[in-house]
Design a protein around this ligand. Sequence first.
Ligand SMILES: [Zn+2]
Length: 805
Amino acid sequence: MSHFSYEPTATEQKWQKRWKEAGVYTAHLQTAKKPFYSMVMFPYPSGDKLHVGHWYNFAPADSYARFKRMQGYDVFSPMGFDAFGLPAENYAIKTGVHPDESITQNVATMVEQLSRIGCMYDWSRMVNTSKPEYYRWTQWLFLQMHKHGLAYKKKGDVNWCESCQTVLANEQAQDGTCERCGTNIVKKPLEQWYWRTTDYAQQLLDGLEGLDWPEKTKTMQRNWIGRSEGVNFREKVKDMDISFEVYDSIPQTFLAQTFTIIAPEHPLLPELVKGTKYEKDVLDFVENIKARKMAEKFEIEKDMEGIFTGRYVENPFGTGDLPIWVCSYVLADYGTGIVNCSAHDERDFAFAKKFGIPLKIALLPEDEALAEKVRNLEVHYLADDGILQSPEPAKGMKWKDARSTVIDYIEKQQLGRRTVNYRLRDWLVSRQRYWGAPIPIVYDPEGNAHPIPEEHLPWKLPTDVEFKPTGKSPLTDSKEFLERTERIFGKGWRPEFDTMDTFVCSSFYYLRYLADANGGLIDPEIEKKWLPVSMYIGGPEHACMHLIYARFVMMALKDFGHVSHSEPFKKLVHQGLITNQGAKMSKSKGNVVSPDSFVDRHGADVFRMYLMFMGPFTDGGDWSDTGIKGIDRFVQRLARLYETKLNMDATATEVLHVGMQKVIKKVGEDIERLQFNTALSTIMEFLNAAEGEPHLDAVTAQTLALVLSPLAPHFAEELWERSGGKGFACVQPWPTYDASKLVASTITIAVQVNGKLRGQMDVAAETPEADIVAAAKLLENVAKYLAAEPKKQIYVKGKLVSFVV
Ligand SMILES: [Zn+2]
């Protein structure tokens, strides 16, 4: 008896070569009838090899794309590289190798590694965001934003990362730390370029309703956009002819307000103190704060400073005038830069305590011991179920229920008006680093900004530059850059030295995969047909960065008339996390699994199947070096089945025929839900049964190769060929099943609680008793009668589960 052993490396290379030669992955964008746009979040081309996290994103996504193709869709599955950014620049600083050189090398390596996975990428449409042919569009996008009034330059306190030596957008400085390196952010007053994401705040919020995205991600975006319905109070400074508006996002407690704070940079401040005995102290204080911010010695979240201005806001509520304090943590660009404060805000409470400002209470807990502490101003208190003490119409109501009542009251008393505010800020897009797309702006000798005409795009990144970050853009050093600007625009003109946030590059790459052969951004017919992306798979860490920016850019481009859709990604899925013996993989812990040695030994198919078998795709799983051997054995057993039992003249036995109908149905349904692990176990069960049969007929053998094809594409081609299949397995239609054969294998189980029928369910006939009883307990209508563990449970085989409580 010959002993067939599957040789993964040789087999996989053979099929990759054949697929390539036949051009099976080339998308025919124009002629496609059933477009399906399958995308993963493109990687950064780092010098390190593809890690297991990449594989876990890309390989299952490819299995899904392959399944859609077999279902008859015209699948377009592109790949590219998010190639601008700090790692290549930092590497250049260390080694002197120019980023363009190292990136080009890394891209070549990664293309080879990615090809090894066997993914169905159409490489003819690859993008690399650091190449001039790509970043001309990044610059074009900036010009579009500028032309339509959505790009502007403004001076203000910005997030500064001392380690990265650059400013960051709010989204990239969440929790007060740098998104890239974790360094604490300081606030620095700088003039920077912004895009008006806030113009789209409501649309970004509304658009979420129609998206098939994880609920958690939508909630994160909703919270980030942070729509709040509050009140704008119109207020007047006592003894002065100055009025302003103050936004209050928690107006329920407005009667507890005892002081007002103003940002140090607020333009009104010098006027408030002018000619008073407070003037010098206040202005010195402001200068000191500004200087500390410039020297990066001020952490806005930690350092709390303040000084009294000597001025008061006239309080129309009859609760006494409010002293105005300058306060370091008020941001000039939040609301109006002036905020009324009460004991019910944690930070304001701490500020008042520090500077001895009187406080008042408008909300009390029900718990009397705690209420006593709150009354004595020992603790800050704000909670959903706190009971309001005032104003009269809301007295006794819970805080969380009183918002509308209080706002109505404020409006009726004409103290203020209902106002919607958003937490979302405009997107700060300029960066003081080298390796990014230059901002296509030039300044005339008077310092006025002018957009660079489109005919000069790409506005090339100069190469004669020192990489060392100094806090100023390295482009400042380039002689060529300055000379180029003067040559084109005239003597005394200078270029914008900042480059763009790399999140700008990735905010529209899904459009550039569909690049227009005629030189436009995207062919309108292609855009209409292929967007939004049908399935987008990538990490959840992008929820409030890339996934907001891309939506904003698409909405803006629609309003400018360049695209017909306003949402880029119709369906979004986040893969889970692969851990190593329960611990998160990280370079510093030295526990990162490198796929290469496993792929060398077992092949890409075994490796990807093992990843998919570890657990539900969206939950992730825990890596084990020995676990992969189980999948290897499964593949070898399958190979042996074809070697020893294949009989081309035989017809299917009853077991094989009926079993295969179930496999087709179950595996198809599982892959559709991205439940690759259960799809695989279904095929494993079938293998167990098939090994006990006298032979494997050609029809069953070919069908089995087809259902395996999305999961183990190379191996499946081999089995398909061995069992007489013509052409490639991966381009065959997904097999259909005979539903009539499945009837007998499904049984209906009635579920009783205390003798009353409470539900029923359909299960596979061979389902073990324990699973049936467990499933019965979970039925909604049964669960509600089972408050505690039932006293008794009876299973009547194939008919009934009965609980006694
Ligand atoms: Zn940083």
